[in-house]
Design a protein around this ligand. Structure first.
Ligand code: NAD
Ligand SMILES: O=C(O)C(=O)C[C@@H](O)[C@H](O)[C@H](O)COP(=O)(O)O
Ligand code: ZN
Length: 362
């Protein structure tokens, strides 16, 4: 595909997402147009899986800038206060100031961690997202940045919008199969919450997407990003419809925590979407036929749809009760009402959640 540009509009500032196979060769000129000069310090943050593939190529295209690098251990454990502390110490020691930038080169973990550091370093500096996973088409847009607490996922964070997103889909060619499937779960989520024709398109293109057919992939990532950008524009701080982007996440975050992150985020979201769909059918918002359509779609992407028997239901429920969508202990969830449409439902009975969790332990 030729590259595409999408404007992300937020109250704080607008910024561009530049997406396409090979767009990293435009990286330097894009940074210049943001006003970044050779005097600006840029801290490249990446992880130890991504670094061997892409750190040197990115440093090469950005060689005219004053680059520093910080490599963290790959995986969810990097989203921790200890990691934030070490990066901030490095930045202070290396003279980073309020004109400096952070560049997040990696998946959602690196984007969330780097963005969080940017949001608090000297009360906030600018940052750039350079996503390297399919999933990060979601995490790089919209400014939700943060880290985990041992008691739960993403419980510490901020809203801090990036200044620019450069998404070179060529970087996806080294993704392990598990991460391809995981990222596609969030693409499917974008279809299911907002666009029935995109959902049907995804159903037809599951195989090409799983095989990293770049034409299909670029299209899917652009459409998913467009859906996310539209929602973020309308409700940047999640006062209303931004919660739709949380479809599947109420249970997902609990599954990730209970599994000690053995389940990837996208896998857990897949289980969570099946859970929310089943709940919606039980309450009577959707038919069994639509429930089946959702289940089959998620299965087509080779994603998990059940909960391991060994997981303790009461522990899952306890973690789930800390969901950020709940208000004054009232259970609020995003449930599907037709293909491509969801709504927020309040006052769900905990016993019904318990029953469905038990049923899903196939
Ligand atoms: N802020 C948001 O709006 C938002 C949205 C969705 C998810 N998230 C967060 O994103 C995180 C999940 O992101 P993720 O799935 O990208 O996980 P990740 O960043 O852990 O990446 C997954 C794995 O793939 C490796 N990897 C990354 N790019 C690679 C490449 N090009 N080639 C080979 N290996 C590569 C990583 O090292 C890691 O091992 C979760 O913490 C989730 O909570 C945030
Ligand atoms: O951007 C959003 O809003 C989302 O909910 C996107 C989700 O895919 C993402 O996993 C997000 O980090 C979840 O947010 P949280 O507020 O429930 O932690
Ligand atoms: Zn998510």
């Amino acid at each position: 595909m030729t590259s595409k540009r999408l404007k992300i509009e937020t109250r704080d500032h607008d910024y561009d997402l530049l997406i396409g196979t090979g767009v990293s060769n435009q990286f330097a000129s894009e940074l210049q147009s943001l006003g970044i000069t050779a005097k600006t310090k840029i801290l490249l943050i990446t992880d130890h899986h991504v670094a061997p593939y892409y750190l040197e190529p990115v440093k090469k295209v950005l060689s005219e800038f004053q680059l520093f690098e910080y490599i963290v251990q790959a995986g969810e454990s990097a989203k921790s206060l200890e990691q934030v502390d070490s990066i901030i110490t490095y930045m202070i020691q290396h003279g980073f100031d309020r004109t400096s930038y952070i560049l997040a080169l990696g998946g959602g973990v690196i984007g969330d961690l780097s963005g969080f550091v940017a949001s608090i370093y000297m009360r906030g500096i600018r940052f750039i997202q350079c996503p390297t996973t399919i999933l990060a088409h979601d995490s790089s847009i919209g400014g939700k940045v943060g880290i985990n607490h041992p008691l739960g996922k993403n419980l510490i964070g901020a809203f801090h919008q990036p200044s620019f997103i450069l998404y070179d889909t060529q970087f996806l060619k080294t993704l392990p199969a598990k991460e391809i499937r995981s990222g596609l779960a969030e693409v499917v989520k974008h279809g299911l919450i907002a666009d029935s024709s995109f959902t049907h398109w995804l159903n037809q293109h599951a195989e090409s997407l799983l095989n990293l057919d770049f034409e299909a992939l670029n299209e899917a990532l652009y459409q998913g990003s467009r859906i996310k950008a539209t929602i973020v524009k309308e409700d940047e701080k999640e006062q209303g419809i931004r919660a739709y982007l949380n479809f599947g996440h109420t249970l997902a975050h609990a599954i990730e925590t209970v599994s000690h992150y053995d389940y990837s985020h996208g896998e857990a979201v897949a289980i969570g979407m099946v859970f929310a769909t089943r709940l919606s059918e039980r309450i009577g918002y959707i038919s069994r036929k639509i429930e089946d359509y959702y289940l089959k779609l998620i299965e087509r992407f080779q994603l998990p749809t059940s909960i391991p028997k060994a997981y303790n239901t009461e522990e899952i429920l306890q973690i789930l009760m800390r969901d950020k969508k709940f208000k004054q202990s009232q259970i609020r969830m995003v449930l599907p009402i037709e293909i491509g449409k969801v709504m927020i439902v309040e006052g769900i009975e905990i016993d019904l959640l318990r029953k469905i969790i038990e049923e899903m332990k196939a």
